[in-house]
Design a protein around this ligand. Structure first.
Ligand SMILES: [Zn+2]
Ligand SMILES: [Zn+2]
Length: 353
């Protein structure tokens, strides 16, 4: 089968690799479409993981073969593949910190080499632990593979919105209106909050308004804090969701978030970035800083409900479709987005049908 193999920093190689063979408790899925995630881009561009690997984890496809001990699934069924499932027993899992669980981190879907998601291939193997514990989700007939590929990123965003406890009527600042920021806007609106977005690209500022933001501004606008205070009775937003890895965005968030409010780090910063902060900002203004990484097992069914029942319009997020062989080009496009670049989807040969 064909796969995009990570051979070193910024070195993707489109190669013929062996199609994975399934053990008795495993399932093989033919990838129909896979979303390109910011985290994939980081894994490709930074020396975070030893090559060779096959990344890609926002996978929707069709079951191609089934191990002899697997029940409840059939060849040909359309499925979303969750690339991680927690153990549900460790100290982290018992506290709902599923993304810190060692089993969650260490067991994942694979298309060969060290298991790393494996969605950037024609076929991906789903290990027994993931098959047995809810990691395959059937896609309803009226939902496309493309829509279904949004279940994983929706869960990640939903986890952040839930962790920040966004309540109906609250105002939420979302810094960055790329694919993640736009999804945050949709989710905040769905839960009854008011979203205010910032970005550097005029097209994304407009797009933010089109998908439901109450207001959207150029992040460089020196009047931004006063404009946001004007929109929030002089108080500031209840919560800021940082969807860009920018220290400037963080300091803006500090100016724009109300006393007693929350700032949630969603974007992953480059490791060398450190942010100096006067602790009295946290003490005197009682601002809570928090982070949210990856998805939550507990929010799986809500995520599928949101995507499958079209509570948010994920189609509006799709801007570009690339064949798997041009993954490098897709990565370049994502790093240097044009005016109309939002979510990029990747198609293996014989993909979405
Ligand atoms: Zn992702
Ligand atoms: Zn665990």
């Amino acid at each position: 089968m064909k796969a995009q193999v990570f051979r070193g920093v910024n070195q993707l190689s489109y190669e013929e690799v062996p199609t994975p063979e399934v053990a008795a408790d495993e399932v093989l899925v033919q990838v129909r479409v896979v979303g390109l995630c910011q985290s994939d881009i980081k894994k490709i561009l930074y020396p975070l993981y030893e090559p060779p690997r096959i990344f890609g984890h926002e996978t929707a496809g069709t079951i191609a073969s089934i191990g002899k001990d697997v029940s409840g699934w059939q060849v040909g069924q359309r499925v979303v593949v969750m690339h991680h499932i927690p153990c549900m027993r460790c100290a982290y899992c018992l506290n709902d910190n599923f993304s810190m669980c060692d089993v969650y981190k260490n067991i994942t879907t694979t298309a060969g080499f060290s298991p790393s998601g494996g969605g950037f291939a024609e076929y991906v193997k789903v290990p027994g632990h993931i098959v047995q514990n809810g990691g395959l989700i059937a896609i309803p007939d009226d939902v496309t593979f493309e829509q279904a590929s949004f279940v994983e990123p929706t869960n990640c965003c939903l986890k952040a919105v839930k962790k920040a406890q966004v309540q109906p009527g609250e105002t939420v600042l979302i810094t960055g209106a790329g694919p993640i920021g736009l999804m945050f806007i949709m989710l905040v609106k769905y839960f009854g909050g008011k979203a205010i977005a910032t970005d550097l690209l005029p097209s994304r500022i407009e797009k933010a308004l089109a998908v439901g933001a109450e207001a959207a501004f150029d992040a460089r606008d020196p009047q931004l804090p006063s404009k946001i205070h004007a929109l929030t009775n002089g108080v500031g937003v209840d919560t800021t969701l940082l969807a860009v890895p920018s220290d400037k965005a963080f300091f803006q968030a500090l100016e724009c978030t109300r006393k007693g409010g929350k700032i949630l780090f969603f974007a992953e910063f480059p490791d060398e970035v450190e942010i100096p902060i006067n602790p009295n900002i946290l003490y005197r203004r009682e601002i809570d800083l928090m982070g949210s990484y990856s998805s939550s097992y507990r929010l799986q069914s809500m995520s599928t409900d949101i995507v499958f029942n079209r509570r948010i319009d994920v189609d509006a997020l799709i801007s570009d479709r690339y064949p798997l062989k041009n993954l490098s080009e897709a990565v370049e496009k994502a790093i240097a987005p044009t005016a109309e670049t939002y979510k990029i989807l990747i198609y293996p040969p014989n993909g979405n049908e």
